[in-house]
Write a protein that binds this ligand. Structure first.
Ligand code: ACO
Length: 425
């Protein structure tokens, strides 16, 4: 029997069905709430709103658990590579050997860009932020791949999804090389997804580029950790854009735009800037005090999360990867010492304890990127490469959801009431 909640408003009682998920909080089905009460629900920032039903990613923020299709992130990082995780997110199951091979084959063979898209880059200033280039070029894909724009054809949706996953590393590496005045790279089919990305980023025609396996593994881990994270701001943006039946390239471009902000994907760049600004462990307490001061806009970047009220499991993996990478590459980065000490002090501080503010995935990723010689402007770009898998998986799920309809939130109007028109002479 369906459980129901009763809500009484001004003496009128209505029943609201309670829906149970497979794990996580139950939800109140308020889809008829306006019809029955004449009222909207007000929830700025969607802190109490489940915008859709999804079976892709589950987060238990209180316990610090992250599952992709039911598998703990820790197991996936240890036992899979990025393309296996991408397959899992897209299709719901881990691939067997032949599925893995044909998926890899498809992704590999869609990684080149239409040659005319290469000229598109020339329109950008060399000092453009690569995220600006990503938004533009990914949006422009819809002007080049007309053969898979029918969003109601599952096969065309699949091709568009593979194209996006395959072309994102190429576009990202092109954006980087354009910014530094180097030739725009071509993908290499013999390499893995992570190796190919590194090769496109750093190889130059004048000499061979040796791919360091430590760096390739770290890149693969970064891709896996960022692949999906349920209904965050950028994923919700992709879903909302897709709900109007926009094409997938336009939808993913809107996701990239939402990811760019420093409160979301841009935080890893901000963490590195902050650590450099702190400069020495001696100055940490001053910055902790600033973060606690309501009158100071400064926040401890890489700390706090809307959902995690415990240690972000991705941050734990990234912290270890950071130690491994710096150790294996024999790098002594003073920023790691500052980060570790900052984390230790913050985790003992009553302000951070009381507000349940823990390091998030971005806290250590900047230091890993730095060790990999990836410039800060590319951090969020790499995040967008990885998250494309989650975005297309979520978009595909939405397209096949019978409950799907155009997203159209309402509002609490607080503006002027109907006014008599008068114009000053
Ligand atoms: N430093 C200092 N205080 C903080 C921080 C922080 N990093 N994060 C939250 N707080 C405080 C807020 O001031 C607020 O205090 P109050 O209750 O006294 O007003 C309280 O903690 C709750 O914070 P909110 O901003 O209301 O929480 P919200 O869920 O809206 O924000 C967010 C989450 C945006 C991630 C926030 O913690 C933040 O700005 N962190 C820094 C940026 C960052 O690291 N972003 C990356 C997120 S992970 C990702 O996108 C991959």
């Amino acid at each position: 029997m369906t459980r129901k909640a009763t809500i009484t408003i001004d003496g009128k009682t209505i029943e609201v069905p309670i829906i149970k998920g497979s794990c996580g909080p139950d939800v109140l089905d308020i889809s008829n709430f306006y019809q029955e009460t004449g009222m909207f629900c007000y929830d700025p920032g969607f802190t109490s709103t489940a915008s859709c039903a999804s079976s892709i990613t589950f987060i238990n923020g209180d316990e610090g658990i992250l599952l992709y299709r039911g598998y703990p992130i820790e197991d996936l990082v240890e036992k899979c590579d990025f393309l296996e995780v991408a397959y899992l997110l897209l299709y719901g199951e881990l691939p067997d050997i032949s599925q893995r091979e044909s998926f890899e084959q498809s992704i590999t063979h869609h990684s080149m860009l239409h040659e005319q898209l290469r000229t598109f880059f020339q329109g950008f200033r060399r000092d453009a932020h690569p995220m600006a280039v990503m938004v533009g070029v990914v949006g422009a894909l819809s002007a080049f791949y007309h053969d898979n724009l029918d969003i109601y054809d599952p096969q065309q949706r699949e091709v568009a999804s593979h194209r996006l996953i395959a072309k994102m590393p190429t576009i990202a590496a092109m954006a980087y090389n354009y910014s530094r005045g180097c030739p725009l790279p071509y993908p290499q089919n013999r390499l893995t997804y992570a190796q190919n990305f590194l090769n496109m980023m750093f190889a130059v025609p004048s000499e061979p580029y040796q791919i360091n396996p430590v760096i390739a593994r770290a890149m693969d881990i970064i891709f896996i950790l960022h692949a999906d994270h349920e209904q965050n701001a950028s994923t919700s943006t992709v879903r909302l854009a897709g709900s109007s039946q926009a094409n997938p390239f336009a939808c993913i471009s809107s996701g990239i735009a939402a990811l760019w902000g420093p409160a979301h994907g841009g935080a890893n760049e901000a963490v590195l800037t902050m650590l450099k600004q702190i400069g020495s462990t001696k100055n940490i307490s001053e910055f902790i005090e600033r973060a606690k001061n309501k009158n100071d806009p400064f926040r401890l970047m890489g700390f706090g999360h809307r959902v995690y009220k415990n240690y972000d499991p991705r941050a734990r993996i990234m912290r270890k990867a950071c130690h491994d990478v710096l150790g294996q590459l024999n790098i002594n980065d003073p920023l790691l010492e500052i980060a570790l000490e900052l984390e230790r002090i913050a985790l003992e501080d009553p302000y951070f304890i009381e507000k349940k503010l823990y390091p998030n995935v971005d806290f250590y990723s900047g230091i890993v990127f730095k060790a990999l010689e990836i410039p800060p402007s590319m951090f969020t770009v790499i995040f967008s490469v990885a998250r494309t898998v989650g975005w297309v998986a979520q978009w595909n799920e939405m397209m096949t959801d019978p409950a799907q309809k155009i997203g159209r939130p309402r509002q609490l109007y607080v503006g002027e009431k109907n006014r008599n028109f008068s114009k000053s002479k």
